[in-house]
Ligand binder design. Sequence first.
Ligand code: 5AD
Ligand code: SF4
Length: 427
Amino acid sequence: MSQKLYIETLGCAMNMRDSEHMIAELTQKEGYALTTELSEADLILINTCSVREKPVQKLFSEIGVFKKRKKEGAKIGVCGCTASHLGEEIIKRAPVVDFVLGARNVSKISQVLHKKGAVEIDIDYDESQYAFSEFRSSPYKAMVNISIGCDKQCSFCIVPATRGKEVSIPSDLIVQEARKAAQSGAKEIFLLGQNVNNYQHEGKDFSDLLNLVSEIDKVERIRFTSPHPLHMNDHFLEVFASNPKICKSMHMPLQSGSTRILKEMKRGYTKEWFLNRATKLREMVPGVHISTDIIVAFPGESERDFEETMDVLEKVRFEQLFSFKYSPRPLTKAAEFDNQIDPQIASERLSRLQKRHEAILDEITDAQQGKIFEVYFEELRANGGVAGRSDNGFLVQVEGSEELLGSTQKVKITYPRRTTLYGEVVS
Ligand code: 5AD
Ligand code: SF4
């Protein structure tokens, strides 16, 4: 009987893809089979995130749970971004952990597995061209890495310290992987990188790459994350607007609406640039879905700075908001700033931002009543029904079953709710 692997993934899409890579290596080279039962696992992996303090705390509480519930002799491995930045300290704090594998060392999973106490966290390690085995958690869509690491120096962000220097993957490897995925039935390709629209390889930029992937037979939809507002030049917006295979949802991580704070954050753009790009995008792409990330209470953020963020919210009316209280991170510039904000003010600003966004979102949601979207179905819901994404990124659910999975249908929205638009198939 094969050994069993249990894996928990925290954090972003990049981490989800890294987990798929580790699953692929372990199932195809080491004879493991996946399980969702912790107590029957022979190997327990936790793929960690360190972008805020909370997920780091979660790691140690999870290790405690694993220790109690794991079967005799089962190994525990800590992977991902927290592995990169805490390294052997993890084993010191939690001796039950057998090995530590950094976010940029995923391809070494088979090696560390057989080395008790191994710590592989080299952030200069280049595995951008490593030929991973194949594993995809969804048959309908495929995540494809286009670059690894990040060269931006945003003063709040730990990622450059956990994922290292930015390296773009050669476009022919990307196209090859996307083609293979599409041939096996994944009609949607999700391009991944910390900074996708900074892609540069042998004279090709991100817009060129989008066009190349869109030429692949059987690829019907292309999504990507995360783009940076600084690199949203006119050409990129034109390719985004005009290529029919590119889904019309754009992530535009604002972080702050105050030009002064943006400068402290080292984001490289101003409030005006961001508003200009968002306005242009709305003009060029009717119905475009814009999501964003906002950090409140960055060190030194005044009431006026925060009002600037609220002003951008009013003007752009984001379809989706991910909002966070600033969390000081080790190995970052901003953690050393001496003007940290009182936690109570931070909570109050976060709640004001979220409340206002919920009201905006209610208006956006109501306005979807009666609209018709092209929906690519990919998921059976626990409450019955089948769900998928509209071309512009809304989660849409209809009554139905497996036969809809993997198909694209026209759906009329009959009952729009904040998180899900319910509707009926009309095609
Ligand atoms: N504190 C709070 N939020 C952060 N993010 C990144 N670093 C921090 C931090 N130190 C947020 C940013 C980023 C998202 C992935 O996480 O908004 O876009
Ligand atoms: Fe992803 Fe950043 Fe979290 Fe690493 S720290 S898992 S790159 S969100």
